[in-house]
Design a protein around this ligand. Sequence first.
Ligand code: PEP
Ligand code: MG
Length: 528
Amino acid sequence: MDQHMTIEGTGIAPGQAAGPLARPRADANRTTAAAPDLAAARDHVAQQLEQLAEDAWDATHADMVRAQRAMLLDPEWWDAIGRRTADGTPAAPAVEETGSAFAAQLAALEDQYLAARAEDIREVARLWVRALSGAPSASAPAGSVVATDRLTVSDLLAGPRVAAYLVRDGSPTMHAALIAQNLAIPVVVVSESSPLDAVPDGTMVHVDGDGGRVTVGSGAPTGRRAAAIRHGPVPWNGRAIEVRANIGSAREARAAAEHGADGVGLFRTELFFEAVGSIPSRQDQIEEYQAAVRDAGGPTCFRTFDLGADKPLAGLTPEAEDNPALGQRGMRLYASHESVFRDQLAALLAATAAGPVEIMFPMVSTLADWRYCRNAWAAMSAEHPPVAVGVMVEVPSLLFLVPELARAGVDFLSFGTNDLTQYLNAVDRGQGDVAHAVSPLAVARAVAYAARQARAHHLGLAVCGSLAADPKWAALFAALGVDELSVPVPRIPVVKAALADGARSATDLLAALDTHDDEHFLDWLHHP
Ligand code: PEP
Ligand code: MG
């Protein structure tokens, strides 16, 4: 193809990538024996998914795969299939038809997040049917731009690492898209009527996941995928910005170091509690935390357990509350479960033997909350080398208490923009469909206000919520004086590359705060 052609679509995972076009092909060597019956095929898929979850070093990816496994094992689905086969429908169509019916029910729900789970059921049904026939799975070579009908969780996690995907169907909140976003693999949905089908395999293609555009042919930009691994803090306007990792297990600490992390900015210890399924023993915690500190390749900032609301744990969080996100969550549970809290602090103290450790507390909303946490730690650690101790700024009240927190011994603030956005705007963080109720300008100004006070009091400043993983926001935070960004592991090279390439001055970025509405703010942030 001599000239280039542009195809307009919809981006569901951002980023830019280029590579030769490829359609997945079945690999005859990957054929497995057909399962003798429905139950054996289901067991085979359950095992496959469990293996995938165990191999996933990112805890959220593992959760998504386990959610698919739970769908597969849902007795309601099994019963529905049984009714079909009793009527004489063969096994594979029975799985397909019942799967489609369940998926259609979910897709019709108003809640966009739940509706996007429909695609998980369809994917599980396809895996089940494949196990029944023993047909080989299809894949495309590493580095290619893959044109396929749909994006799947298993291809993303188990297949070769490809440059980008072009799909017929999908939404930005489906699990596979969330994983692609996390892995920084751009994805564009291209309609069936587009000329893509006529483009031969091997043609060079550039995918713009931000603008939802595909450029095909010899004129296509060939820029390699952004984000080479880069070690060490990033020089930015005369300062050095650390980019650290958000993790939930020691296994992820190793992956973080391999991705060039300058340490761990947020170890969500409650994810380790959830993985164990109950309150872990002090010894188990010591082993997990020490392993993370050893492997992290830089200081490891542990957040004490943040259970409650969307992260329940039997025996620790209340059975039912009218409004759990505003109730017993994070450090609010510590006074009534003091021995669990103290055990964790003891384990964290033991982790300091393995390397540099920092500690912070979730859901602190008053000075009394802070003093409670600080005193518990001080009582335990008095005779040990000092450890930097900080708070998550995620409840808006803390925005107005920074000087007092500094005087009360806080060493650093870490902005949790996920909860700060939720509580500042009174919007449930899981409800994407009320996203129009969120003011990004207000969130930016809130961080700016507290950051200014924190700088005046020489506090360390970090951002560990999702906004830190967006390169434009990352630059804005740097301009606000934040010296550490903490992001999901796959985003580390992306954020480092963006900061290193960033041509915008702090003054230019800060002008975004003087815009007069959310639309102009976002425009300013994204298009100077
Ligand atoms: C946050 O609230 O931004 C945060 C980083 O914590 P979590 O997402 O675990 O609540
Ligand atoms: Mg939070």
